[in-house]
Design a protein around this ligand. Structure first.
Ligand code: T3D
Length: 266
């Protein structure tokens, strides 16, 4: 594998860094394929208990690479337009599903601009930390597209319909602090502290009961589609599963023994 994704292992934390800094980590099909492979590998590796996603250079990701020959519209008169729906079917949909179904928590460390599908990728992660100088841009409308890679699902759920539509229709740059104030992301840090904070958060998550953390994410996503009573019943089913798992026995025993728990379920 060439190095469009830089991969580092820090204890139980897998750090994945998008690595096309010369184009603000815009997604080519090659980068998308390597990111998917790297996420699959992290999901399959039982030693990995948290994944951190970040970008090399001054950007997180500028979204789809608009010059990628697989998707760039031809300028030759009479050439039929390409069906960019295939790009979604083969790359963005599997990627968005992969992030959302990871068997471990995923932390986005947004180091700079996150535009278009780059913003959707970050916002689809479980926790989103951003540098003060980072920004989020729903760039799609500016080029005649709609939010993708989960954007239409994520935005209204994160900030409500009115603000989601304002962001998506106008496509204005949202600074990290504004994104936090809206509830779009969880935390903003001074630029120099972003990676240390993201890695410390990831190490903390990695030491926690992974199966319960992932079940919490899944239950919350599912509950958005359920009425209150059905959500209560779903909680009971999941809690019953958690109750039979090693981590609950360990967590409760460690509390009573006044010692640090050693969780291992995944
Ligand atoms: O097929 C499909 O398109 C379907 C899928 C769609 C999913 C999407 O993500 S659609 C949205 C695509 N993204 C954009 O429209 C964003 C385009 N980029 C920008 O608007 C700006 O670059 C930013 C606001 C993100 C950052 O601005 P700035 O001034 O900080 O940087 P810059 O100078 O514009 O960019 C730096 C370099 O990155 C530059 O290259 P150069 O001139 O130094 O050689 C620029 O061309 C390149 N770059 C930035 N974004 C992209 C890109 N190259 C290709 N594609 C990009 N998206």
């Amino acid at each position: 594998m060439s190095s469009l994704i830089q991969i580092e292992q820090h204890g139980a934390v897998r750090l994945l860094r998008l690595n096309r800094p010369e184009a603000l980590n815009a997604f080519t099909t090659g980068l998308l394929a390597q990111l998917r492979q790297a996420l699959d590998a992290a999901a399959d590796d039982r030693e990995v208990r948290c994944v951190v996603l970040t970008g090399a250079g001054r950007g997180f990701s500028a979204g789809q690479d608009l010059g990628d020959p697989h998707v760039a519209p031809s300028r030759e008169p009479g050439t039929p337009p390409k069906d960019i729906g295939h790009l979604l079917d083969h790359f963005y949909i599997p990627l968005a599903r992969r992030v959302r179904s990871m068997p471990v928590p995923v932390v986005a460390a947004v180091n700079g601009v996150a535009a278009g599908a780059g913003a959707s990728l970050a916002l689809g992660c479980d926790l989103v930390l951003a540098a003060e100088s980072a920004s989020f841009i729903q760039a799609f409308s500016k080029i005649g597209l709609i939010p993708d890679c989960g954007g239409t699902w994520l935005l209204p759920r994160l900030v409500g319909r009115a603000k989601a539509l304002e962001l998506a229709l106008l496509g204005d740059k949202l600074k990290a602090a504004e994104a936090q104030a809206l509830g779009l992301i969880s935390r903003v840090l001074p630029d120099a502290e972003l990676m240390d904070a993201a890695m410390a958060t990831a190490q903390k998550l990695a030491s926690m009961p992974t199966r319960a953390l992932v079940a919490t994410r899944n239950a919350m996503d599912e509950a958005l589609k359920l009425d209150f009573d059905t959500a209560l019943q779903r909680e009971a089913v999941l809690q019953s599963q958690m109750g039979f798992a090693y981590d609950y026995l360990e967590g409760a025993a460690a509390f009573l023994d006044k010692r640090k728990p050693a969780f291992k379920d995944r």
